[in-house]
Design a protein around this ligand. Sequence first.
Ligand SMILES: Cc1ncc(COP(=O)(O)O)c(C=O)c1O
Length: 388
Amino acid sequence: MSGFSARTDFPRAWNALARALAERRERGLPLVDLTESNPTRVGLPAPEPALLATPEAFTYAPEPQGLLSAREAVAGYLAARGAPVSPEHLILSASTSEAYAWLFKLLCEPGDNVLVPAPSYPLFEYLTRLESVEIRPYRLPRAHGFGLDVEAVAEARDARSRAVLVVNPGNPTGHYLHEGELAALATLCADARLALISDEVFSDFAWAPEPDRVPTVAGRALPMPTFALSGLSKVAGLPGLKLGWTHVGGPPAVRDEALARLELVADTFLSVGTSVQQALPALLAHAPRFQAALLQRVKDNRQRLLAARPAQALWDVVHAHGGWSAVLRIPREPGEEATCLALLEAGVLVQPGYFYDFTGGAFLVLSLLPPPAAFEAALGVLVRVLEG
Ligand SMILES: Cc1ncc(COP(=O)(O)O)c(C=O)c1O
């Protein structure tokens, strides 16, 4: 008996990779970090710091849903993506992570569950558990390019399922939701009384036009409560400013009830700083400059990766359509952890697939954000180690 709650009793033991990394850092040995996903550390354009010094920066304007001027800026951002929405249906939070926590409070009793994609972003396990909510993974089939298979969602569901989480495009799999998949998902959600939570933080980072791609579920006439999430972390490359947004949609009566309840949750915390809200129109105006530079970086690094792969290699770059990462399929022997350790020994850090709950093979995940020279140098090592 520790006197602490069971839901904060997360496993904290270090795995072999974390131990080897700490040891390498302690010895001061050089390392190219191909897990770097912090957009503020890879030489991409940042806005002028003066943007945050708004004339009213030190006033306190407690507005549970967020300042109207900030919500209007988000509505403008969504309208430019083909989603005309009312600022009344938007709610700001201190990140999309916080928005998830609010949505789990809104939708779930303790012990209820939400359906989450696998492989995917590992934070869901923590975000749900901290709200006493369970997760039931639905597989994104590899045969389907790690895209959504609505039958897998239906099979994962049980009587206590309250919502389906969709990451569009997937992180790290980079597969977008398509119109046909959304239509099938909407039918399932309506029949099974499930809400839809759509994480669209990477939506702006498509590598090429793709017919039928769903950029956002905001502004759609969908038959279930629908929550579209995004924020400054990825859209403008500014995770340190702590501002995310949720568009609430669905049948009007349900939507309005959800908004009223979320407003109360938000009022309890009032967690978004006033100055970042005041600066939001200018920060979103900067986003296209950041996004253009990021997209060029990611596309160039992916090209470098594809070009570095020897024609007869036993490993492959998994096909994808967008996002900030690349997934490699590698031989099952020696497998993920041994390969990551061998790469670390040679001075390159990548993530093993199990970190994202990949199954059915061995995978590595690497960030496409690092500056070209570092990325190129790491590729030489990667190819040498993978070719044995
Ligand atoms: C798919 C996905 N959703 C949400 C987040 C978290 O974003 P935020 O900083 O807004 O909490 C991340 C961060 O990496 C992510 O990959």
